[in-house]
Design a binder for this molecule. Structure first.
Ligand code: ADP
Ligand code: MG
Length: 703
């Protein structure tokens, strides 16, 4: 047996054995008693109340009856079914079993009393319960074995078929607690328990599995959630602290001629939010530490200008800057815009993308190497091995979630040798605050929370197939008065054949409805080569096409101010964040704009709710919060790639936002007093953070 009984293999618990142990390992990732005790119920059943049989209704969730066995009968060929008739003073009910027939038959002797606990259902017009749990009735005056609240644990078919039922899980937990509760070590220092009013870990573990009452359960849950979020934030903030000490940053003191030339020729005044964010970035760049900043701003909030002015700070200090976009189309568009802004500065700006020819590349490569190119804009072509910078001082990554982790780290390695480049990550995917704190817990976050003035609201409508003809008429009117229209089809996986059939069919339909030569329709999708894509995109951007039929390739960045309608087909197949991105493609010009969400015939209630929310609000952050509440953080677009630093066991980013903020500020407080966690009072925290799960990849190198 292991020295610390928490390390005991579950297989040595009574009733487990090798087969069930292997099931627990593969299905629940539980190998030791400690793992088992960290598997928490996801809900609780209140077993304190006993219902009269006459009061049981089909709609009841779970009920508990105290009843006497009247008779039992094995039916079906080979006795595949056990039917047990039970009664209390108010009436009778049938209980049905398909498994464990022999055992159950022997246990449920006529005349004996049991507690039966299960979900009532109706069969042949009569109420029954299938596979209720069976307990001995509580002895007079004694506390029942099950307590009042019973934990329900995560389970799978394999587990249930292997005999690890809910009831068995409850039993195993009881055994695990009996065996090992004494070996549980408090993870939080006394002063934290005191200051935050948290219950001790042992109390929490006991009560999360076997709540003495509702109040104890709440205290246990609060303690465990708080601890989980606190340790996560502590680890992220500690890394940030260590990095800001360890990595020296390139000092960029000057705000010089290039910055001013650009700033003075801006056709508009910067918004308050843009000014604030540029100040934050300036402060980072001259701090002597490496900048690692996330810039969040809704579509159209003016991030590009912030990027340009930041790049010019680097240039004014004798360094180069690069701006990396996720697609060629976006990089090209950035290049077109940014070259204009840079014209008054005389700074040389180049574009480097996959389709840049060899002949074009040579002078660009040379310019990067000798430093004459000040700002380079591109795609992942920028991180190819033959791209060498003289002294890269700032790397700006647009639409961050599209890049894989290793791509970002390669960009990092292109820094000037003295110190790594400053890093600014820009994202238009509004992620909920709680998720940002966790995904980017070790980054500084700037938010542009103000739109440039004069934006017209976009009217969003949700319509079904029945209104398609009306929709076409509406589009036709808009086109006839000179506007342009996006029509977007879902394409979740770029290789899904079906989606292309959808897109192709849609395209043909549109061409039929909007025939040449009166109307011009362009099509863009991910399987076209980049020349074709660019040709079609350009046709639309330049106004030669009235309608652009596309997949989500146009999702980010594409700027066509004359486009006033965004039609989204099968809108229910998109996440809210993505719909919001798409909607942001219109409303950029002076005309009133519309977003038309088309839903399929089989749209679920929940999807409809999400789509209605889209119609009701234009605020991307509100939508992101709601999206997360409805779907959970794991489904949020973009988060799969970046991934949560660690998976949460009990707390939820969607529901425990308040707790997370509190845990984060407390983590800041703890680190402000003991940044390296080397004081004796914090020894248990330091020990926790040494555990594998907190040795997260070093985020400083990948963002
Ligand atoms: P984002 O990249 O954040 O989606 P952009 O940087 O593309 O947004 O800006 C959207 C549009 O708003 C651009 O046409 C840009 O010229 C314009 N813009 C940016 N800042 C301002 C401002 N302060 N005042 C007016 N227009 C602005
Ligand atoms: Mg942009």
């Amino acid at each position: 047996m292991a020295r610390n009984r928490l390390d005991t293999e579950v297989q040595y618990l009574p009733g487990v054995g090798p087969k069930r142990a292997s099931l627990l390992r593969t299905e629940l990732e539980v190998s030791t008693v400690g793992d088992l005790l960290r598997t928490y119920p996801f809900r609780y059943i209140d077993r304190s109340s006993i219902v009269r049989i006459a009061d049981v209704r089909e709609g009841n969730a779970y009920v508990q009856i105290l009843a006497q066995v009247v008779s039992s009968e094995q039916t079906g060929r080979g006795a595949k079914r056990l039917s047990v008739l039970v009664r209390d003073l108010s009436g009778e009910m049938e209980l049905v079993f398909f498994k464990g027939i022999k055992y159950t038959y022997e246990r449920l002797k006529p005349g004996s009393m049991f507690l039966f606990f299960g979900k009532p259902s109706v069969f042949n017009g009569k109420l029954n319960m299938v596979h209720p749990e069976i307990d001995n009735p509580p002895a007079e005056g004694a506390q029942s074995f099950t307590g009042t609240l019973t934990g329900v644990y995560p389970s799978t078919d394999k587990l249930r078929n292997g005999g690890v039922t809910g009831r068995v899980m409850n039993k195993l937990m009881a055994e695990a607690i009996d065996l090992a509760i004494g070996d549980i070590q408090e993870t939080l220092p006394d002063y934290i328990l005191r200051e935050k009013g948290l219950v001790p870990l042992k109390f929490a573990v006991r009560n999360i599995h076997f709540p003495a009452d509702q109040a104890s359960l709440s205290k246990a849950q609060y303690r465990l959630k708080w601890e989980e979020l606190f340790l996560l934030q502590l680890s992220l903030l500690k890394q940030k602290y260590v990095r800001s000490r360890a990595e020296n940053g390139i000092m960029m003191h000057t705000v010089g001629p290039a910055f001013h030339a650009c700033f003075n020729s801006l056709p508009y005044e910067l918004t308050g939010a843009q000014k604030r964010v540029i100040k934050e970035i300036r402060a980072d760049m001259r701090s002597g530490h490496q900048m690692n900043r996330l810039l969040q701003g809704d579509v159209g909030s003016g991030k590009t200008m912030v990027a340009v002015l930041s790049a010019l700070i680097a240039v004014d200090n004798g360094y180069q800057a690069c701006i990396m976009a996720p697609t060629e189309v976006l990089a090209q568009q950035h290049y077109a815009n940014i070259s204009k802004y840079l014209a008054p500065t005389g700074v040389r700006c180049e574009l480097l993308i996959g389709s840049t020819t060899k002949a074009e590349r040579r002078p660009i490569h040379e310019g990067l190497q000798d430093g004459s190119v000040g700002v380079i804009i591109g795609t992942h072509a920028l991180i190819e091995d033959d791209v060498v910078f003289k002294n890269l001082g700032l790397a700006i990554i647009d639409e961050q979630h599209r890049f894989g982790v290793d791509q970002r780290s390669r960009l990092w390695s292109k820094g000037a040798s003295e110190a790594p480049p400053h890093v600014l990550v820009m994202t238009a995917t509004p992620i909920p605050r709680t998720l940002a704190m966790t995904l980017y817990g070790d980054l500084d976050v700037s938010v542009i929370d103000e739109m440039p003035p004069g934006r017209k609201p976009i009217q969003t409508m949700l319509i079904g197939e029945g209104k398609r003809p009306a929709m076409y008429n509406f589009i036709r009117k808009e086109i006839d008065s000179g506007r342009q229209v996006f029509i977007v089809y879902p394409l979740i996986f770029e290789s899904e054949k079906l989606d292309y059939q959808n897109l192709e069919a849609g395209y043909e339909e549109i061409v039929r409805r909007f025939p040449d030569p009166d109307y011009k329709v362009a099509i863009v999708h991910g399987q076209q080569n980049s020349d074709v894509k660019k040709f079609n995109m350009d046709a639309f951007a330049a106004g030669r096409a009235d309608i652009l039929v596309s997949t989500t390739v146009i999702e980010v960045g594409v700027d066509v101010p004359n486009a006033s309608i965004m039609v989204i087909e099968n809108a229910e197949r998109f996440g809210l964040a993505q719909l919001h991105q798409l909607r942001g493609r219109v409303g950029r010009g002076s005309e009133k704009s519309y977003c038309i969400l088309m839903h399929g015939n089989k749209v679920s209630k929940e999807s409809r709710k999400r789509l209605e929310l889209m119609c009701a609000t234009e605020n991307g952050f509100d939508l992101a919060e709601e999206d997360m509440k409805m779907r959970g953080p794991g489904d949020l677009e973009g988060t799969q790639q970046s991934g949560l630093p660690i998976s949460l066991n009990i707390a939820s980013l969607a529901h425990d936002g308040q707790l997370l903020s509190d845990a984060r500020s407390y983590a800041e407080y703890v680190l402000s007093k003991d940044p390296t966690l080397s004081e004796t009072v914090n020894a248990s925290l330091a020990a926790e953070l040494r555990k594998d799960k907190y040795s997260v990849k070093d985020y400083s190198k990948i963002s």
